[in-house]
Write a protein that binds this ligand. Sequence first.
Ligand code: GTP
Ligand code: MG
Length: 335
Amino acid sequence: RIMKRKTACRRDIDRLNAPFLSIYQSLIPPKEEKDKQEKLLTILRSLVKKDWPEAQLYVYGSCANSFGFSKSDIDICLVIQNMDVNKSEVLLKLAETLESNNLQNVQALIRARVPIVKLMDPDTGISCDICINNILAVINTKLLHDYARIDGRLRQLAFIVKHWAKKRGVNETYQGTLSSYAYVLMCINFLQQRKPAILPCLQGMEPTYSVTVENTECAYFNEVDKLHGFGAGNGETISHLVWAFFNYWAYYHDYTNDVISVRTGGTLSKQAKDWTRRIGNDRHLICIEDPFEITHDLGRIVDKASIRVLREEFERAAEIMQHDLDPCTKLFEPY
Ligand code: GTP
Ligand code: MG
């Protein structure tokens, strides 16, 4: 294992800003795509209305949190006021409705951890997953979206990190690596901890938005327009931040003791969270606290084998950012 070491950033780092920004630009979904998504959503809303007149459809995940790439699937949540509904029944009925209205590849996955209906719209080619009453996901989507509006560097950094993770095969929860959601939280926490800070800690401020879902209070300062220019005192550019992000996860993060926490804008100790032992299948080898479900470690799926893969990938990325002549190509080489 490579020892922790101090590294000063390479002197020509700013030379990489233009190439990183052009990769970022190339990943942003074009407006036509957003229009198609809206069109499909309108169709789905009218179909749902027939069976459940009171229900609402919300988009969550990457199509709504502003961290979505071009050609992403849409994650949709059907909110039915009665929280005790039988989700399987609803999903099966929904699947029937969708199928008889010409949507393709309709599949109800009622036994999944998060039960969903999958579908594909033949007109636009867009696929989506619809889940039921997953309100916390809708709210954490809003939190991410609000953070993205404060400083443009968050979106740039998160796009680069997600792109890297997808290319390097470390964005696969079923293989024990991290979700996109976890990577975005890592980016937010990282920018909260820059000196001076690039992002504030919205949950540490006087709340202007508050909802209680399943006994979980979700409250934070959401008037982010008032925070425009928050990070202006920090002049770090995207290439410097990408370098520092990987350097942190390769050489500075204390995997043995620390939990990163967007909720507090810093790190907490594993001891304090009682995340020191494996319980059932949950291990805590890299700890990322969910901002609202605070007993929930987004790193719980990482096991002994995948933590090695992850850390080796962070080290590889850090080395490339430090030494490579053409990091923007090398970083994203398929594994
Ligand atoms: P891509 O599809 O890879 O572009 O990313 P994504 O932003 O859609 O992220 P992901 O597929 O990881 O998750 C979709 C959404 O589900 C997230 O934005 C969260 O709102 C929610 N989500 C995912 N994992 C968790 C989790 O472990 N806990 C909670 N509460 N929500 C989660
Ligand atoms: Mg998604």
